[in-house]
Design a binder for this molecule. Structure first.
Ligand SMILES: [Zn+2]
Ligand SMILES: [Zn+2]
Length: 130
């Protein structure tokens, strides 16, 4: 039985396996920005969780069973975390100047709200929120 796929924002998780529902949820924004990584890492990772659940029931989430499915079924490295930085994508605010877009950290965003001004180093216009 093929797992169902859903695309909902769920915190900072790139993907989440819902074992009882046979469903994998993918973070829509992260999926859009990291499709290759999703196909190579996130989806095999989460499908392996579903397979472990179906085949072995309640065992350690990233234990031997999960690792051997990752390696033998998907030919993936059995890494428990994903290689792209989820924080970098979700904890930024989009600003723009006259020449490009800038992804500002929450820290800089907060200091702009309290009055700090940032200028683009290239075109020297003040950054404004999109
Ligand atoms: Zn996992
Ligand atoms: Zn600029």
């Amino acid at each position: 039985m093929r797992p169902h796929l859903s695309f909902r924002r769920s915190g900072k998780n790139a993907g989440t396996a819902f074992l009882q529902q046979n469903r994998i949820n993918l973070h829509p924004l992260l999926f859009k920005q990291n499709q290759q990584a999703f196909l190579e890492e996130v989806i095999p990772h989460e499908v392996s969780h579903l397979l472990v659940w179906t085949l072995f029931g309640r065992v350690k989430p990233h234990g031997n069973e999960w690792q051997s499915i990752m390696i033998e079924v998907f030919g993936c490295e059995a890494k428990t975390t994903h290689s792209f930085d989820i924080k970098a994508v979700t904890n930024t605010v989009a600003y723009s100047c006259d020449c490009s877009e800038h992804a500002l950290s929450m820290r800089r965003h907060k200091s702009i709200i309290t009055g700090t001004r940032y200028r683009c180093r290239k075109c020297n216009t003040e950054l404004s929120q999109n």
